[in-house]
Design a protein around this ligand. Structure first.
Ligand SMILES: NC(=O)c1ccc[n+]([C@@H]2O[C@H](COP(=O)([O-])OP(=O)(O)OC[C@H]3O[C@@H](n4cnc5c(N)ncnc54)[C@H](O)[C@@H]3O)[C@@H](O)[C@H]2O)c1
Length: 357
């Protein structure tokens, strides 16, 4: 990568997640912090204390007119993404936008097409795709170490920060992006049920069932109402099983040589013989690296070298299509919803634009 050129980057939003992006943009050699765009006075003060002399804008369009700004990293709430990303791309900037890419599949597809039209990088920030532990599991799946993947279970719970969009929009992008990355198969069906305790329609807890092409299934429990933080995923394959934990106390990948086999084809009906495998457990070494730093490195490489990021805009759209189906299923009290496919949505959008032109 050409490190003689640091990409001048504007960060938008300095709430919970924005400071992490600001820190990485300031510290990484591929980037230079051009400034911050934020509306909240208190947060601007906080930023100024930590980054004296760095430019601050309250008005996004004003910031975009600065020709030095080459890239924009957006860490504002999901309902603002479509508008802010669209304006940044039209102003000729490369964009990294926090998950989810947009609130609806139509909006997400429009942004993917716009980025193609203007020839700029559009990258959704699915940070877990850069987690060394997630990628350790990915390599076990890709190398066939686990055999055929039967199913995945996931528990993503804590006493979480209450947000108006509900727990599915907050946490499901993580599971959807990780599962699409591991299984490398389209999501075809999504089912969700949940509970809103405090406000109608804002679910604090949700239970998801996700069906992938070729039969793999995932069951995901999401909650902001839990006594302790739990971030656990278990992948059950025909050869081995993996348990991946992602909390401060336990950040590990454990591979179990365990399973259940039919010993041989039965001679007669009713003669199935099962054998249990209870072999060793190994915990492979996982590199220690901050996922957000690796995500920014991938963004820089897409801008400077034209590579396709691991967290790319098609995957961002696929996640939004999954979220949309889950939200519909939640509204319809757990009816299984077929998930629309990326190519179909992108070509439908293209046809509509041609008709409108
Ligand atoms: N990748 C991850 O692991 C991760 C973790 C947390 C949050 N996120 C994502 O980050 C995004 C932000 O979440 P958060 O929890 O930091 O939200 P937040 O509400 O804490 O902060 C958002 C900030 O954006 C500012 N803002 C809103 N609209 C703006 C505008 N038009 N112009 C300038 N500033 C504006 C607000 O004043 C606020 O300071 C969300 O998309 C969320 O899903 C990602």
């Amino acid at each position: 990568m050409n490190l003689n050129h640091a990409i001048e980057t504007l960060v938008v939003g300095y709430g919970y997640w924005g400071p992490n992006i600001v820190r990485n943009v300031s510290e990484r050699p591929e980037f230079s912090l051009a400034g911050l765009c934020e509306r909240d006075g208190g947060r601007i003060e906080d930023f100024r204390r930590k980054h004296p002399g760095v430019r601050v804008w309250r008005d996004f369009d004003g910031a975009l007119t600065d020709d030095r700004v080459e890239a924009v990293a957006i860490a504002t709430p999901p309902h603002t993404h479509h508008d802010l990303v669209g304006r940044a791309l039209r102003a000729g900037k490369h964009v990294l936008v926090e998950k989810p890419l947009a609130r609806s599949a139509g909006e997400a597809a429009e942004l993917v097409a716009l980025a193609d039209d203007v020839g700029k990088v559009l990258m959704p920030g699915h940070t877990f795709l850069y987690s060394p532990s997630v990628n350790k599991v990915k390599s076990l799946v890709d190398e066939g170490e686990l055999g055929e993947i039967y199913f995945v279970t996931s528990s993503r719970m804590n006493l979480g920060l209450y947000q108006q969009d509900g727990v599915v929009l907050d946490l499901a992008p993580h599971d959807l992006s990780i599962l699409l990355h591991w299984l490398d198969k389209p999501l075809v069906e999504a089912t969700a049920s949940g509970r809103s305790v405090f406000r109608d329609g804002v679910h604090e807890t949700a239970f998801l069932t996700l069906g992938f092409e070729d039969g793999a299934q995932a069951n995901v429990q999401l909650s902001w109402l839990a006594p302790r933080k739990m971030r656990q995923m278990i992948v059950v394959g025909s050869r081995k099983m993996v348990q991946y934990e992602d909390t401060a106390a336990d950040d590990s990948v454990r591979v179990y040589d365990r399973g259940l086999d039919f010993s041989e084809p039965p001679a007669n009906f009713g003669e199935y013989r099962l054998t249990y495998r209870t072999g060793d457990m190994i915990a492979p070494q996982v590199e220690a690296a901050e996922p957000l730093g690796l995500e920014l490195r991938d963004f820089a490489s897409a801008i400077l070298e034209g590579t396709t990021p691991v967290s790319n805009s098609r995957l961002g759209l696929e996640v939004v299509l999954g979220l949309q189906a889950l939200e519909q299923s939640l509204r319809e009290r757990g009816r299984p919803i077929p998930v629309r496919q990326v190519d179909e949505v992108l070509s439908g959008g293209r046809r509509e634009r041609q008709l409108a032109a």
